[in-house]
Design a binder for this molecule. Structure first.
Ligand SMILES: NC(=O)c1ccc[n+]([C@@H]2O[C@H](COP(=O)([O-])OP(=O)(O)OC[C@H]3O[C@@H](n4cnc5c(N)ncnc54)[C@H](O)[C@@H]3O)[C@@H](O)[C@H]2O)c1
Length: 330
């Protein structure tokens, strides 16, 4: 890959992806489009000894405010990794969610079909909703065709994007368009998301402050918590030549409940803080998520490498090793 466009490249997953791309493809020119509404420049340059420093270019504008097709034609990338999106799942402005998330995607699909550019894009486990075709109640992994029952406008926006991607592949079967339903991602670089950062990050921050971790009673809500390193790996795999086009789950294939998360955090931080349980006030809450990875393994040719508990231990120790005021910023 010589020319790579990453939308949302200053965000959590995007900046981890850019960092890996820069390592894997040192000769490549990387262009980030990110208006920094959530993302932060500091995700692209670190002060620490790792010496990570972005060497690419950035267009700090909203996708909708650009002649996006023109930018792509001019830059002429081999691959577009499309991660920019409203990621605040509590945003209730339906029009804004669809205008921001769906409209630029149409342009990207046109570019994939007309210019032959590979398009890898972020869908979400939010397309499964709170029921997931009964998978939540049965506590079984979510199969691809369980989706399409989103419980909020964010999930609906991603579902509509999946419909559009399916149509593009039907109309232009030569196109390279791969969507990835990320599950619950955690890891370095998510501090810029604030209250939208993962529960693992939020709970670690509470515990590093010496507070008891606050979780919903009785702590058995379970999520497929996937480390960002694995998410980056899956995203890169989706640009491979042998991949079957379509949409895939990206998770660990295992649900870990919040009592288990707290136990791992206590172990990593050397604390013994008991959960501070409270009643779940949300009607529409995904209290169970788990990715079925059978299609991911065969079509995307990718499998997770980071076991959730080990990933939590590693991440919590990283957060704890930072000076406290810096850890609060990430
Ligand atoms: N983190 C997760 O657990 C998770 C789960 C499922 C799906 N996803 C998807 O993965 C992608 C990346 O998510 P993230 O967790 O890194 O979130 P993030 O908010 O950190 O990253 C999104 C980035 O896009 C930018 N952005 C948003 N809208 C934009 C626009 N219209 N124009 C230009 N820039 C814009 C933001 O400034 C931000 O830097 C998103 O598409 C998200 O929906 C994430």
């Amino acid at each position: 890959m010589n020319r790579i466009l990453v939308t949302g490249g200053a965000g959590f997953i995007g900046s981890n992806l850019v960092r890996q791309l820069q390592e894997d493809e040192p000769q490549a020119v990387i262009l980030v489009i990110d208006d920094l509404r959530v993302g932060d420049w500091s995700n692209l340059c670190s002060e620490d000894a790792s010496g990570w420093s972005f060497r690419g270019q950035i267009i700090p504008r909203a996708l909708n405010d650009l002649d996006l097709f023109g930018v792509i034609e001019d830059f002429d990338p081999e691959v577009v990794f499309h991660l920019a999106s409203i990621t605040d799942t509590t945003v209730a402005d339906q029009n804004k969610m669809l205008v921001d998330n769906v409209e630029p995607f149409e342009v990207l699909l046109d570019a994939a079909a007309e210019l032959g550019i590979k398009l890898v894009w972020a869908s979400s486990a939010a397309t499964y909703g709170t029921h997931a075709n009964g998978a939540v109640q049965q506590r079984r992994p979510f199969r691809l065709d369980d989706a399409g029952r989103p419980a909020n406008i964010y999930g609906f926006s991603k579902w509509v994007m999946e419909n559009m991607a399916r149509q593009t592949l039907a109309d232009s079967p030569e196109s390279h368009v791969v969507g990835l339903r990320y599950f619950n991602v955690f890891g370095p670089g998510e501090q810029s998301k604030g209250r939208m950062a993962s529960m693992i990050y939020q709970l670690a921050q509470q515990m590093l402050d010496g507070k008891r971790p606050r979780i919903f009673n009785p702590g058995e809500h379970a999520r497929d918590h996937v480390h960002v390193r694995d998410v980056v790996g899956a995203t890169l795999a989706a640009a491979g030549d042998k991949v079957r086009m379509g949409t895939y789950n990206v998770g660990t294939g295992k649900a870990t409940n919040f009592n288990e998360v707290v136990a791992a955090l206590n172990e990593a931080l050397g604390t013994s803080l008991e959960p501070d349980y409270f009643e779940n006030p949300f009607k529409f809450y995904q209290d169970y998520t788990c990715a079925d990875l059978s299609q991911t393994r065969s079509g995307l040719r990718w499998s997770p490498k980071v076991e959730t508990r080990a990933g939590i231990l590693e991440y919590a120790r990283q957060l704890a090793s930072k000076p406290r005021n810096a850890a609060a910023q990430g």
